[in-house]
Design a protein around this ligand. Structure first.
Ligand code: ASP
Length: 439
């Protein structure tokens, strides 16, 4: 059984966290491939090493001395080394790093967070350190060269078993360090899992899995036990995230499940994400609920619209011209609405409305601001008729006006649009009607 284990920043923030990681690795002989993030927050308002390093770069840009910040970063690694009695020469390597920092790229500087953390972890676990710069390969445009990365990993494994790999960065063929987007260590783990055809990708974080609703809105939401990749994407898209969005693609292709686990509570079952989840009689109808404020809809009304050909295409072309991505497009017979993120049209909304008027000569165009969207996700919804009805009546009973409703074609989610002021009450009502009721 091959397991890839990836530990996020808070799981490697202190010597104490390192000990928990070691206990987890030692508990299972299948756990030989370890990916780490840079040391993260030790307490709520602490700084992540990655953030400090970005800050170092900002100082450098404005010619402000960053020595104190760099000392803080070094201190973090020295403390872990000291407490765990490790030999890795942190002070020496850090002095060397600082000696050429003026000429290093931002990506190189930031990547050192994972580099130092992985060196310390490798020694502590008694596994070899493998530099991601030699393995994870990027094209010059900053996109991943997945084939070459795959080849490198496979070659590495043929030479021996087990290693610790820093997440989040890699290099071009000319040894120029490149970073993934924030939280990218999840992607490194996923690439490793696919290349090794792992049985499981364990993603260790500081939460016991994926919650079925935002705990800031719903009291003690239940943890999702099993979820499909599609469901997860729907929920992540709406802001519920414990995993980098792009991390699911490599493992998904290879049909490798991801398990979200908690370093601080390793016996909790966490959440398993896989392509297909076997149906069980006690499965909930709704897997999870997520939502966001900050949308608006552009309502267009024109008599005999339904007989005109190409209307939607022309309207979509207007949005395209302004570089705005369209979230939803609920249509009626003589009207339709285009739902977009309010931030995306902040400076262009008047021009968009003007262009729509010019091109379509509609009877009416209205911008309705203050829209919140809630995505109610569940692979089992399609099996249960009446789900949408129940949701609408629940909201109706709470005197909540539903401004739009739309269902994805796979029928794994229903999206409702409500006033931003009704957002939290709506989430709570839907949660209580579908999830709480089943507990
Ligand atoms: N250390 C990086 C970040 O803070 C990447 C990661 O944690 O995966 O975004």
């Amino acid at each position: 059984m091959i397991k890839i284990t990836k530990f996020g920043g808070s799981s490697v923030a202190t010597a104490e966290q390192f000990r928990k990681v070691k206990a987890i690795i030692d508990a299972d002989p299948g756990r030989n491939f370890v990916v780490v993030s840079a040391a993260g927050k030790r307490f709520a308002d602490d700084n992540k090493v990655t953030d400090l390093l970005y800050l170092v770069c900002a100082h450098r840009e404005y010619h402000v001395d960053a020595t104190d910040l760099l000392r803080d970063v070094e201190e973090r690694f020295l403390a872990i080394r000291g407490e765990l009695g490790l030999a890795f020469p942190v002070a020496e390597k850090f002095a060397e790093f600082m000696s050429h920092i003026e000429s290093d790229s931002e990506e190189y500087i930031v990547s050192r967070g994972e580099w130092f953390t992985a060196h310390l972890m490798a020694e502590y676990l008694g596994l070899p350190f493998v530099d991601a710069a030699d393995v994870v390969t990027f094209h010059h445009d900053g996109t991943l060269n997945e084939e070459l990365t795959d080849e490198h990993i496979k070659a590495l494994v043929r030479r021996g078993t087990g290693f610790v790999l820093p997440g989040f960065y890699g290099a071009t063929r000319d040894d120029e360090i490149k970073l993934m987007t924030r939280g990218g260590g999840d992607i490194t783990g996923s690439l490793l899992a696919r290349a090794l055809n792992a049985d499981l990708y364990e993603n260790w974080t500081d939460v016991s899995g994926f919650l079925s609703a935002d705990p800031r809105i719903v009291d003690g939401p239940r943890t999702i036990d099993r979820i499909t990749f599609d469901e997860m994407r729907e929920l992540s898209y709406m802001g519920a995230s414990v995993l980098h969005e792009d991390a699911i693609f490599p493992v998904r292709e290879a049909n490798i499940p991801i398990q979200i686990l908690n370093t601080n509570d390793p016996s909790a079952r966490g959440t398993t994400i896989r392509e297909r989840v076997e149906h069980r009689a006690d499965d909930p109808v709704v897997t999870g609920i997520a939502g966001k404020r900050g949308f608006l809809s552009v309502y267009v009304d024109k008599t005999h619209l339904s007989n005109e050909i190409g209307v939607l295409r022309r309207v979509l072309a207007v949005f395209e011209r302004y570089g705005v991505s369209v979230e939803h497009l609920p249509t009626g017979i003589d009207s339709f609405s285009v739902v977009v993120s309010a931030a995306d049209v902040k400076t262009s909304i008047y021009s968009i409305v003007r262009d729509i008027k010019e091109e379509l000569h509609p009877d009416d165009v209205k911008v309705n601001e203050g829209l919140a969207l809630i995505s109610v996700v569940g692979r089992n919804m399609s099996r249960r008729p009446g789900t949408a009805g129940k949701m609408l009546s629940t909201l109706g009973e709470g005197d909540i006006n539903v401004r739009m409703i739309s269902q994805s074609s796979q029928e794994i989610n229903i999206i409702v649009g409500v006033d931003e002021d009704d957002f939290e009450a709506s989430v709570r009502r839907i949660y209580n009607a579908f999830v709480r009721e089943e507990d």
